[in-house]
Design a protein around this ligand. Structure first.
Ligand SMILES: Cc1cc2nc3c(=O)[nH]c(=O)nc-3n(C[C@H](O)[C@H](O)[C@H](O)COP(=O)(O)O)c2cc1C
Ligand SMILES: [Mn+2]
Length: 473
């Protein structure tokens, strides 16, 4: 399994790593990350921050290209996007459980109690209006369900409040939000481990909508075909990934015990939509790190979201959910990057009965895999490539009739991060939104009368290409 530094070594060999020195953690690192990500540039590794020892590093743009994404999950670098999605559907999934080891590289440096200082690392402030320095972006947040015993891992942002305190924002409905509530309902704080330099494959798994009941550790182990090694945390008893760069153990306090202003943070929607508000905090009890630690930076950016070259967070799970719901004939599913991999869902299918397209579209809204923050759902026929917005929009304007092909579904699973959430709803804590569902398939009952597409047939194209090969670029 490639840990973060093993991964960076590999991409360096591939000529795909840019190493930078003397960059300011305050905005300069974040802006360079954005500028290079926009160009599909290399992974970035920053060192020699002013006021920090050499070797205290930050890596960004880690999984920002399909090539690096494939490398991170142990697939050949030239694997295609759809093949990665198919792998992530995990049709042959078997949990590969983590193995406990006595110690590991993350325990090279141990700071307990008063010795904990989160400012030991060059924690970046990424965007101009961020309310603080975010140590947790490329993070794995680890909790154990107190009733069911399962370990869940999610990616949730962590802002440094002071040397020993972190703000941790978790969106309602997320697995870690369900787990923390179980502790808080008993008046207890929730034990937590936060890994700030996880193996990329663990980060990617934690960011994915792996179904409830499956641990992201087992998922990452399955993808890597090799178990993740963990050390049992002395304080929480939770697994600490042994090959992590930097990790903490702490107590996530009930909000009535302590809450502090968290945010704003430039988010994946492309806005500072969540604003600032009081959020519960983690009191850090222990800090572990490797020698010359690397902080994993995955700052959210305006879509297309470059932290994820392939939208595995939702797409494969949604695809599985649709099939579980009995939707047949799906050719492919795509969460378009213009919607940050969540807000624009496109399903391509072969219609086999009237109402088939609506069935598929409504099942998106009703699924765990794709329901959250889905705002525009478009269903297209099987001849449309869902990854190509030109094709999709062409289908929308040529196959849909907007008086009958569009539905608005109200009260859906949304987020306070939604920039379009009206202020009064935000105030009331109502984060739901409406979804627009467009059936852009040929109307089923008169599809046989629909005019044919005027692009040359595959057969004719092949014939002409063969004859005129040297004239075709
Ligand atoms: C870079 C990045 C930052 C994220 N930040 C947050 C966050 O601050 N809060 C949150 O609830 N989800 C955040 N997410 C999304 C969750 O990680 C994602 O929904 C995940 O599936 C949650 O885990 P779960 O499936 O176990 O609930 C973030 C994802 C990424 C990739
Ligand atoms: Mn989960």
């Amino acid at each position: 399994m490639l840990d973060l530094r093993g991964f960076l070594r590999k991409v360096r060999e591939d000529g795909d790593l840019q190493e930078l020195e003397q960059v300011d953690w305050d905005l300069e690192l974040g802006t360079l990350t954005e500028l290079l990500a926009e160009k599909g540039g290399p992974a970035l590794l920053f060192d020699k921050f002013k006021g920090y020892p050499e070797g205290y590093r930050v890596a960004t743009n880690v999984c920002g290209t399909v090539r690096r994404f494939a490398t991170a999950i142990g697939m050949p670098p030239d694997t295609g996007r759809l093949d990665i999605i198919k792998k992530w559907r995990a049709v042959d999934f078997k949990p590969v459980k983590p193995v406990e080891v006595k110690t590991g590289p993350v325990m090279e440096n141990i700071h307990l109690g008063n010795d904990v200082n989160l400012y030991e690392f060059p924690v970046p402030r990424y965007h101009e209006h961020d309310g603080g320095r975010y140590i947790g972006t490329g993070v794995a947040v680890i909790m154990r369900d107190p009733d069911e015993g399962g370990v869940n891992v999610g990616v949730q942002r962590g802002m440094v409040h002071d040397e020993k305190t972190l703000g941790l924002y978790i969106s309602p409905g997320k697995h870690n939000a369900i787990i923390r509530q179980k502790y808080w309902a008993r008046g207890e704080s929730c034990p937590v481990v936060m890994d700030f330099g996880p193996a990329p494959i663990l980060f990617l798994s934690a960011a994915s909508h792996v179904p409830w009941g499956i641990s992201e550790f087992d998922w990452a182990g399955y993808l890597a075909n090799e178990p993740i090694e963990v050390v049992r945390g002395e304080i929480t008893g939770l697994p600490v990934p042994a090959n992590s760069e930097i990790a903490i153990e702490g107590e996530y306090l009930p909000p009535e015990v302590e809450s502090r202003i968290e945010g704003p943070l430039g988010e994946w929607t492309g806005y500072y939509g969540g604003g600032e508000r009081r959020e519960p905090v983690v009191r850090v009890k222990a800090l572990y790190h490797r020698g010359n630690p690397i902080l994993f930076g995955a700052p959210p950016m305006k879509p297309p979201n470059y932290a994820f070259a392939v939208q595995v967070r939702t797409t494969p799970f949604l695809w599985n959910d649709l099939e579980k719901a009995g939707v047949r004939g799906i050719k492919s599913v795509w969460e378009h990057e213009a919607g940050g991999g969540r807000m624009i869902t496109i399903i391509s299918l072969k219609q086999d009965h009237g109402g088939h397209a609506r069935q598929a579209g409504l099942a998106v809204v009703g699924s765990h895999g794709g329901g959250y923050m889905s705002k525009l759902v478009i269903v297209v026929d099987e001849d449309i490539d869902p990854t190509d917005l030109n094709e999709v929009l062409w289908a929308v304007v040529t196959r849909a009739n907007f008086d009958t092909s569009v539905d608005i579904i109200k009260g859906c699973w949304g987020s306070r991060l939604d920039p379009a959430l009206p202020p009064d709803k935000r105030e009331k804590g109502d984060f739901t939104h409406s979804v627009m569902l467009i059936d852009a398939c040929k109307p089923f009952y008169w599809r046989h009368l629909f005019p044919p597409v005027n692009k040359a047939s595959e057969e004719l194209r092949t014939k002409i290409i063969e004859k005129w090969r040297d004239k075709i670029p």
